[in-house]
Design a protein around this ligand. Structure first.
Ligand SMILES: Nc1ncnc2c1ncn2[C@@H]1O[C@H](COP(=O)(O)OP(=O)(O)OP(=O)(O)O)[C@@H](O)[C@H]1O
Length: 213
């Protein structure tokens, strides 16, 4: 178990344009620089192989948390596969994943793609949701210790998001990977079965809940 400490704050630095001054006056906003604290010395214990489910409203600080955890884990020498870093070559989908056709179809199926018409298309011809699932297949094939997916399933319909969540946590658990996702959606708890649920609330408030052993 490793303990990570997260602290993050921003200065407001408001640029005082004419319109900003009008808004400040109309809504009674003080435009003096203020500090916004998003994480205040938050301690999070994460074990290798944990499934970590980060939720919270838009703008609450989920991406910042993932980014800081990623940096600290990389600093410890862990290999990270981050969905946000994956660049897709414009080749047929079936050529983009795995060492063989069988391996490719296996990874793709786990990521929720099992349509032959998608296999033979290129990423530029796919929908956002199909591209997202292809990237999930690509993080599963990487020889990394930690898999990271921000905006997890955000572009997927909820039935597909749940199926993909269930499948990928199963693979992560089998391979002993740490899998960390962040999303505004709170409906994936049952499918992910997270070891750690982090709910980011307003200001620096955070709920961290570990599943009973
Ligand atoms: N460089 C920055 N300077 C100032 N404020 C920032 C900066 N980066 C992020 N923030 C603020 O920190 C807060 C958290 O941002 P973050 O991207 O982590 O939110 P999020 O929960 O991932 O949101 P979403 O679900 O919309 O992606 C936001 O209110 C954002 O405005």
């Amino acid at each position: 178990m490793t303990q990570y400490t997260i602290s993050r704050a921003f200065k407001s630095n408001v640029e005082r344009s004419q319109r900003v001054l009008e808004i400040g006056e109309s809504f009674g906003l003080a435009l003096s620089d203020k500090e916004f604290v998003i994480y205040d010395n938050l301690k999070i214990d994460i074990d290798d192989g944990d499934i970590v489910y980060i939720t919270g409203q838009s703008g609450s600080g989920k991406s910042l948390l993932l980014r800081d955890l990623k940096a600290q884990m990389a600093g410890e020498g862990k290999k990270i596969a981050d969905l946000g870093d994956i660049v897709l070559e414009d080749k047929p989908v079936i050529d983009l994943v795995g060492a063989s056709t069988v391996e490719a179809t296996d990874y793709l199926a786990k990521a929720g793609i099992s349509d032959a018409w998608i296999y033979i298309r290129k990423p530029s011809e796919l929908s956002d949701g199909q591209r997202y699932r292809l990237k999930l297949a690509k993080i599963m094939e990487q020889d990394a210790d930690v898999w990271i997916a921000d905006e997890f399933g955000a572009v997927l319909d909820r039935v597909t998001a749940k199926i993909v969540a269930f499948n990928i946590q199963k693979v992560a658990r089998r391979l002993g990977k740490t899998f960390m996702v962040a999303t505004t959606h709170t409906d994936l708890g049952e499918e992910l079965g997270p070891d750690l649920t982090i709910t980011k609330r307003f200001r620096e408030k955070v709920d961290v809940e570990r599943r009973a052993a």
